[in-house]
Design a protein around this ligand. Structure first.
Ligand SMILES: Nc1ncnc2c1ncn2[C@@H]1O[C@H](COP(=O)(O)OP(=O)(O)O)[C@@H](O)[C@H]1O
Ligand SMILES: [Mg+2]
Length: 464
């Protein structure tokens, strides 16, 4: 190949424009290289459509007429002969374009109007397929295409194929970047949505936990109301009785019928009644006092030193009515001399949850012997609290599950399934302790809680 042509080819091949992915620049470079190398006036790049029924001009530069054309179309139906030559996928070398069998169809409509004498069409190949041609045309005079020129034009066509690959790569890359960006924003949106629903779930759970606490508090309130009712009822009866006795004394006195013996008998009666009133009102006051403490403890976090057994007795007195309603006999074995420094409400909650579950879950309807035994023992530096019932027990495969939040076998009866999970959390996170459940079907349940006597988390010297 002629040196000058080789130089041009080398320059184009080395030019970064070809691999840049900018097809417009690459087209111009290739067309101008052909115009220079072949010494022609007119070069166009044409692409064949998918159906091979037309070719479309991408860019045509005519330096003779000083024009540039984009988007011109030639159809197979108009130039069937030319298209059948294209179908062979070979270079069309038409030095005498007007008479060449491949190009003579163009004579009147194309060659003569533009004064084109010779044509050289080199196929553009891309991924092994011919996808178009580069058409070099000589204006004004016949040009005999030399072998060098034909090879040169063919090589530039191949370089156009390379430019097209770079362009496609660029498009894919951009699509990929867009997709990546979309994906990132999608992930961000999804993460956001997940975070929102997680926090909704958390707050719903918090609400449920709160409502479970309130429900157990409600049970305590009901218990206290019931307990307080009895002494106040007795006090009211006593007061009425006392009033009657005083009235009778007044009447006897005003009628001068009051004997000394009657007087001392009535006074002694009144004294006894007053004592009864006093004792019962004191009991009511105690109960209310206890409850106030329990309720405050259960909702608050104030910690202080207290006697565990005594606190258990107080809490249990509020739970007795519930146990009674369910015909459950309460037995206690509480070691008396254990002092704790902690928020006592934790223990009120623990006992309430265990007693409630015994009442609501442990016993089949027909079972009449119902026992709930609460014991408290000291073992070295630890304390063991046991709640044992003699009910239906928990099947082996459910032993772990019953501590899961929301697991309940009594949803239709209003169970939240949170009792034991709250219990578990209280024991594990507040008391640094652990829970064991011994249970066999029909052998009852025994919940064994152990925890250290001195809770470092509630160290007396650290503030609340
Ligand atoms: N003493 C018990 N005897 C038998 N089953 C029990 C006992 N305590 C708890 N369970 C079972 O554990 C489940 C979970 O209890 P809990 O977490 O307190 O939720 P809930 O009382 O709302 O059902 C209960 O639904 C019940 O099936
Ligand atoms: Mg429960």
């Amino acid at each position: 190949m002629k040196q000058s042509l080789e130089d041009i080819l080398l320059n184009v091949s080395k030019s970064e424009i070809i691999d840049l992915g900018d097809l417009t620049q690459a087209q111009r470079l290739i067309i101008h290289s052909l115009i220079d190398g072949l010494n022609v006036k007119r070069v166009g790049i044409w692409l064949i459509n998918e159906e091979k029924s037309a070719i479309e001009c991408k860019l045509l530069i005519d330096t003779f007429h000083q024009t540039e054309i984009e988007s011109l179309e030639l159809h197979r139906t108009d130039f069937p002969n030319y298209f059948s030559y294209l179908d062979t996928e070979r270079t069309i070398i038409a030095s005498h374009a007007e008479t060449d069998p491949a190009t003579r169809e163009f004579t009147q409509v194309y060659l003569q109007p533009h004064n084109i004498k010779s044509m050289l069409d080199t196929p553009i190949r891309h991924k092994g397929r011919m996808i178009g041609i580069i058409c070099s045309e000589q204006i004004g005079q016949i040009k005999e295409w030399s072998d060098d020129e034909i090879t040169f034009a063919g090589n530039l066509s191949d370089l156009y194929g390379r430019a097209l690959s770079a362009y496609e790569r660029c498009v894919y890359q951009k699509q990929l970047e867009i997709q990546n960006a979309n994906l990132e924003s999608l992930i961000q949106q999804r993460t956001q949505a997940l975070e929102t629903s997680l926090s909704n779930l958390k707050s719903a759970q918090d609400k449920l936990v709160e409502s479970e606490k309130m429900a157990s508090l409600g049970n305590l309130v009901a218990g206290v109301a019931h307990e307080v009712n009895t002494p106040i009822g007795i006090a009211i009866t006593g007061t009425t009785h006392s009033i009657e006795l005083v009235k009778e004394l007044e009447l006897l006195l005003s009628n001068n019928q009051l004997s000394k013996s009657k007087f001392s008998e009535s006074i002694s009666n009144i004294k006894t009644t007053n004592e009864l009133i006093y004792n019962n009102l004191s009991r009511a006051v105690d109960l209310i006092q206890n409850f106030k403490q329990t309720a405050a403890d259960q909702t608050g976090h104030t910690r202080y030193e207290f006697n565990l057994a005594e606190y258990f007795h107080n809490t249990l007195s509020s739970l007795k009515p519930m146990l009674k309603t369910h015909k459950v006999t309460l037995k206690t074995r509480l070691t008396e001399d254990i002092q704790m420094y902690a928020p006592p409400g934790i223990f009120a909650q623990i006992i309430t949850i265990l007693a409630q579950n015994a009442c609501f879950h442990a016993y089949p309807k027909e079972q009449s012997e119902r026992e709930f035994i609460l014991s408290l023992e000291r073992m070295d530096t630890r304390i063991r609290l046991t709640a044992k019932d003699n009910g239906r027990g928990v099947p082996l495969d459910l032993k772990k599950r019953i501590f899961e939040p929301f697991y309940t076998t009594n949803r239709q009866g209003g169970g939240t399934g949170l009792g034991l999970s709250i219990l578990y959390n209280l024991v594990a996170s507040q008391l640094d302790g652990d829970i064991k459940l011994l249970s066999e079907p029909n052998q009852g349940c025994e919940f064994i809680l152990t925890f250290p006597m001195v809770l470092s988390r509630f160290n007396k010297n650290t503030p609340d």
